[in-house]
Design a protein around this ligand. Structure first.
Ligand code: 3UK
Length: 515
């Protein structure tokens, strides 16, 4: 190697445990099945072999459109093993978005759960170039090859490609108000760091821990929760392939007895509502609850603690930061705040010139530390705006107090975090304007009964169209059918006109004030 040290994430997640004689310990629990570290090693090594046999080489991208399960972990670490680069795709993407991302990252192979194969088919229909299509579980149709079948005969790759610590490890897509999503490029060493930051200092994770993340592996939060952190720690990861509704979550917690639960505030709110309706909820195995993705409102923290005797530790992270950098800690929680900077990170709240503001003043949050990404792939302009030297410009407004506690004060852009997932108001507006009854529309965030933000649409109808509950419902269905369903406006407010600037731009901040 030249001047960078050798490091491959797969060695830290797999080989380290086999080397230490921990191969017999359980690595994964999924669908009632245990997979030991030795068995996971075989899956990872076989997947590395099958990717290599397909012709995937160093630095080539492999798109994962996979549900949570052993295949996700095996495809991710199998790719990393051979120096290839897993690119995680949200399983909620519609074909046009899958198509864009496949073309943008130049994936040489796609590994998809059978449930998502149809969407990938539609996405690649007239996409230039070619790529291998590998389907996990279920029936194999035209153009696809079976993951299980390839795995059976694949060579086991037991030694990692000697990647350097600054080499590409994995990519993930992140979206903004305007423009297409951009691929966030993470390095090998950066990928390992969340275990040193949050994993060590907030959670104190060890081999006896059993993790369960309601947020899926394809999110950067879920990837840290269910792969990067627990597998390096030699812990057991509980995975659920299906939709994590409150009954599924509580059944799984009662059966699988996790010690660590990770979720977004919306999921904690839904779980609490379910329990308050009188459903069984056994949280006795859980020693810690972790939250991120959007701010955790103080009343939700209080209700959860009085019901279960557990603090929810809120922390802020981002796909660009690579995981959580600022967090509350057990016994030192400030409800409603994101907590304090973790060891291995620095954070500052700055003005428009990049100078720190005084404690108590609102400014822009910048973060740097061991897990931050390198840049956005093929997007020089947006890289320059977000990566300032080694600082990440988060796009969040924050206040820091004299004790070092950071409190979220909104976004610098109009982006909404809905259930921990980005929603661009512009995208929802562009969809609604296509409806024949809609003349003008402005979409903003509005707090629901749990103080969690959901999209609200202010709509001006065309002449001759009258507001009605039926039309409101029709507009909601219209969005759900065209965009990923979680983006639909939970409220439709009809208005005779919208607040505008002298140049005719809709003033979202005034709509926000109304909402
Ligand atoms: C917002 C929060 C207030 C904030 C993420 C943990 O959410 C994650 O990554 P994304 O790229 O979004 C990042 C943005 O989400 N946000 C996240 N957490 C909080 N706002 N309080 C919070 N606790 O706007 C941030 O810029 O989807 C979370 C770990 C890894 C992650 N990628």
């Amino acid at each position: 190697m030249d001047d960078t040290a050798r490091f491959n994430l797969t060695e830290a997640c797999i080989d380290a445990h086999l080397g230490a004689g921990r191969g017999g310990r359980s690595a994964l629990r999924c669908g009632g099945r245990t997979i030991t570290y030795a068995e996971l090693a075989d899956l990872v090594n076989g997947t590395a072999g099958l990717l290599r046999e397909l012709g995937i080489g160093v630095e080539e991208r492999v798109a994962l459109v996979l549900n949570d399960g052993p295949e996700f972990i095996a495809a991710f670490l199998g790719a990393v093993r051979i120096g290839a680069v897993p690119v995680t795709f949200s399983t909620g993407l519609l074909p046009p978005d899958i198509r864009y991302q496949l073309e943008n990252c130049g994936a040489k192979a796609v590994v998809a759960s059978s449930e998502h194969a149809g969407k990938v088919d539609a996405a690649v229909r007239d996409l230039p170039g070619s790529r291998h299509l590998v389907v996990a579980g279920g029936v194999v149709s035209g153009g696809w090859r079976s993951y299980e079948e390839l795995l059976r005969s694949a060579e086991r790759v037991t030694r990692s490609v000697p990647t350097g610590e600054d080499d590409w490890c994995f990519w993930q897509y992140s979206s903004g108000t305007t423009g297409r999503p951009k691929a966030v490029v993470h390095t090998q060493r950066g990928a390992a760091f969340p275990r040193e930051g949050h994993g060590r200092h907030v959670v104190g994770i060890g081999p006896e821990d059993r993790t369960f993340s309601v947020s899926k592996l394809f999110f950067s939060y879920g990837l840290g929760n269910s792969l990067l952190i627990p597998l390096q720690a030699g812990a057991t990861v509980i995975l659920e392939a299906g939709r994590p509704t409150p009954n599924v979550v509580f059944d799984l917690i009662a059966r699988e007895r996790p010690t660590l639960v990770y979720a977004v505030p919306t999921a904690y709110a839904a779980a609490l509502a379910y329990e308050e309706e009188g459903n069984a909820a056994d949280m006795s195995s859980v020693r810690m609850c972790i939250s991120a993705g959007e701010a955790l409102p103080a009343p939700l923290f209080d209700r959860w603690r009085s019901r279960f005797g557990l603090e929810i530790l809120d922390g802020i992270g981002s796909t660009e930061i690579g995981y959580i950098a600022i967090s509350n800690m057990t016994g030192h929680v400030r409800a409603g705040a994101s907590g304090r900077v973790l060891p291995g990170y620095e954070a500052r709240v700055v003005d428009a010139q990049g100078e720190p503001v005084s404690p108590g003043e609102v400014g822009d949050l910048w973060v740097r530390g061991g897990s931050t990404a390198a840049y956005y792939w093929r997007d020089r302009a947006r890289t320059k705006r977000t990566f300032m030297g080694d600082w990440i410009v988060t796009g969040d407004k924050y206040v820091v107090d004299a004790d070092g506690y950071f409190t979220h004060a909104g976004r610098s852009d109009d982006m909404l975090k809905v259930g921990g997932i980005w929603v661009s108001p512009l995208e929802v507006e562009a969809c609604l304007i296509e409806h024949p009854a809609v003349l003008e529309v402005g979409v903003v965030g509005r707090a629901d009964h749990d103080a969690l933000v959901k999209p609200c649409a202010y709509v001006v109808l065309k002449d001759g169209r009258a507001p009605s509950a039926e039309l409101a419902a029709e507009l909601q269905t219209f969005v759900k059918k065209r965009l990923a369903p979680y983006k639909y406006p939970r409220w439709i407010e009809f208005r005779p006109e919208l607040p505008k600037t002298s140049t005719g731009k809709i003033q979202r901040y005034r709509l926000r004030a109304t909402a």
